[in-house]
Write a protein that binds this ligand. Structure first.
Ligand SMILES: [Zn+2]
Length: 161
């Protein structure tokens, strides 16, 4: 546990307040997230799925986008995220892609499921063969699709990440 960071409750309280305020304002679900670096809040956001008409606008994704825009980076290696609820699989993946240092959460996914935000089906889908998924996934034009990868491999302009 070399990269263990001691959490500061004040940042979790901010995330919880964002989540609760979001219910009052009607901007989206009861979820809030705060991204912190060196004791400073870099970004704070609530869920805006219904107000922004964006199914990916979970609090964590909104906060990652805001933090990266502010810091002008695509990686948040020295940042910690405080989120009012255990991240769903999409946000968990986004947090991994962001390479943030640590994640602190308040409510559990079981708490979320109890009020109608059950993301267990996503964990189930990940383990299911493609042909058995609820949304059909079908491969097409592999010989043409691979050309973009070849272009990437041969590029001198690429930014590896
Ligand atoms: Zn999420």
């Amino acid at each position: 546990m070399s990269n263990t960071v001691s959490p500061d409750p004040k940042f979790m309280r901010m995330a919880i307040e964002l989540a609760t305020d979001n219910v009052v304002t009607g901007n989206g679900g009861p979820f809030g997230a705060v991204i912190v670096r060196n004791g400073e809040v870099i970004a704070s956001a609530a869920n805006t799925v219904t107000s922004a008409n964006d199914p990916t606008a979970h609090a964590e994704v909104n906060a990652i986008r805001e933090a990266c825009a502010k810091l002008k980076t695509f990686q948040l290696e020295d940042c910690d995220i405080y989120t009012s609820c255990e991240p769903c699989p999409m946000c968990m993946a986004a947090l991994y892609w962001s390479r943030c240092r640590s994640v602190f959460y308040g409510n559990t996914k079981a708490d979320a499921a109890a009020i109608g935000f059950d993301d267990q089906f996503l964990y189930d889908e990940v383990n299911r063969p493609l042909e058995q998924r609820r949304i059909p996934f079908q491969r097409m034009l592999p010989d043409e699709a691979i050309r973009s990868f070849q272009a990437w491999q041969n590029s001198n302009e690429r930014i590896d990440y």
